[in-house]
Design a protein around this ligand. Structure first.
Ligand SMILES: CC(C)[C@H](C(=O)O)[C@@H](O)C(=O)O
Ligand code: SF4
Length: 467
């Protein structure tokens, strides 16, 4: 058999080809309150309906406050956020689309909830008006972030018009050192290939280090693929994926389950499959990674020094580095370890799942957040929150002085009350360290949950092995 996982999913969903583009059937469409209102308005203006409401799920994540969600949308202070949230309620009501209400334990960040609910299956096509839709590729689903006009198109037709992207196989050689996480791996890949290393491609992650990752780890890695420029990410489905999915509310059951697993097993790229490009990155030499700049590829190991822009070969790189250093308030040559921080944000669709919280608890247990540091932990869904409560993790967080919140995007993006003040330096487990993203003038350092927890305790950036 020949062909890649990508080819197989593409071919199974391709309805027709036209002018270099294909029309793909969409198995699952996820909606959130920020990118859907205009799409629904367009639908209404054209007098069209939603083609497959049952293949559509609406969630509330970007704008929600991370406290007192039980008070409901009417109590959301910001009028724009309140209006967007209310619009999604109205639109899902009008078109018969399922939704998990704000405050329903099943609600949370789209890319956490759909896998958790067993809605994300291997071999599916999934779209969402959100760039980190690549996360679902962890299951071997072809998942694209789409724009507002495409959302409208998918609502109306359950199809997506797309030129087939080119493919990359990124093989991770060697094993990830025991104390490192998928976040360190993803940041290490970003250091190696840059923010345009996979530009416009569908990237399949392969190799023993990938197969060894948990589903949470695979989701973290595929989530960050979009920061490498990828259009989508894929990992071949295997026993780890099936074990995660089995028994979840949206997963197939009984004989149907067995039938699906047999199909999913056959999806993996053939040994002789041809990719447009091949890349390799070594895992065994990686160290704990942390970003110093204002894009996720401006990243170094925790025992490294802030780079000197004068050593950059490309004048554009040099200018970008100089600007990043000025924004971040850093000096070339200074060690990144020891840098004092003001805030810690543990959460986002990159790192807010139960395994991430367990890693945080392992460091927080019996310790306390440093004086003067404000540290928050925001679970990715209400069910993650409940599980962390049941496992005793929340108790550890509270005892250690962390602020244990309700689910949402929170301080990953300044669209809700959780924001940095100008100049505040934050250790964050999210995926983007862009200027002003966590709040105007805020300074973001991206890292793993373990390193963020260690930073909270130490009050400065530190190798989690040294805490
Ligand atoms: C609000 C949304 C459009 C945006 C995205 O698509 O990425 C957000 O999720 C982000 O992470 O910046
Ligand atoms: S958690 Fe952050 S990256 Fe993920 S969808 Fe929300 S805002 Fe975007």
């Amino acid at each position: 058999m020949t062909g890649t996982l990508f080819d197989r999913i593409w071919d199974r969903h391709r309805i027709l080809d036209d002018g270099g583009e294909s029309l793909l059937y969409v198995d699952l469409h996820l909606l959130h309150e920020v990118t859907s209102p205009q799409a629904f308005a367009g639908l209404e203006a054209r007098g069209r309906g939603v083609r497959q409401p049952r293949r559509t799920l609406a969630l509330f994540d970007h704008n929600v406050p991370t406290v007192a969600q039980a008070d409901g949308i009417a109590a959301v202070a910001d009028p724009e956020a309140r209006a967007q949230l209310a619009r999604l309620v109205e639109n899902s009501e009008r078109y018969g689309i399922e939704r998990f209400e704000m405050g329903d334990p099943r609600n949370g960040i789209v890319h956490v909830v759909a896998p958790e609910q067993g809605r994300t299956w291997p071999g599916m096509t999934i779209v969402c008006g959100d760039s980190h839709t690549s996360t679902h590729g962890a299951f071997g689903a072809l998942a694209f972030g789409i724009g507002t006009s495409q959302i409208e198109h998918v609502l109306a037709t359950q199809t997506l018009r797309l030129r087939k992207p080119r493919s990359i196989r990124l093989t991770v050689t060697g094993a990830l050192p025991a104390h490192l996480s998928a976040k360190d791996l993803a940041l290490g890949i970003l250091a190696a290939i840059g923010v345009d290393g996979a530009l416009g491609h569908v990237v399949e992650f392969a190799g023993a280090a990938i197969a060894a990752l948990s589903m949470e780890g695979r989701m973290t890695l595929c989530n960050l693929a979009v920061e490498m420029g990828a259009r989508a990410a894929l990992i071949a489905p295997d026993e780890t994926s099936f074990a995660y999915l089995k028994g979840r509310p949206g997963a197939p059951r009984g004989a149907d389950w067995d039938r699906h697993v047999a199909q999913w097993r056959a999806l993996a790229s053939a040994p002789d499959a041809r990719f447009d490009r091949e890349m390799t990155v070594a895992a065994d030499t990686l160290r704990p990674m942390v970003t110093w700049g204002t894009n996720p590829s401006q990243v170094i190991a925790i025992d490294d020094h802030i780079p000197d822009p004068r050593t950059a070969a490309d004048p554009l790189d040099r200018a970008a580095q100089e600007r990043a250093l000025a924004y971040m308030g850093l000096t070339p040559g200074q060690p990144i370890a020891g840098l004092p921080i003001d805030r810690v944000f543990i959460g986002s669709c990159t790192n807010s799942r139960i395994e991430d919280l367990r890693a945080v608890a392992a460091i927080a247990r019996g310790r306390h957040v440093a004086a003067g540091v404000k540290a928050m932990i925001v679970p990715g869904s209400g069910l993650v929150r409940q599980q962390a409560e049941a496992e005793g993790l929340a108790e550890i967080f509270r005892a250690a002085g962390f602020d244990w919140r309700e689910p949402g995007c929170s301080m990953c993006v300044g669209m809700n009350p959780d924001r940095l003040a100008p100049g505040e330096r934050c250790a964050a487990t999210s995926n983007r360290n862009f200027e002003n993203r966590q709040g105007a003038g805020g300074r973001t350092h991206l890292m793993s949950p373990a390193m963020a927890a260690a930073a909270a305790i130490a009050g400065r950036l530190i190798d989690p092995a040294e805490i």
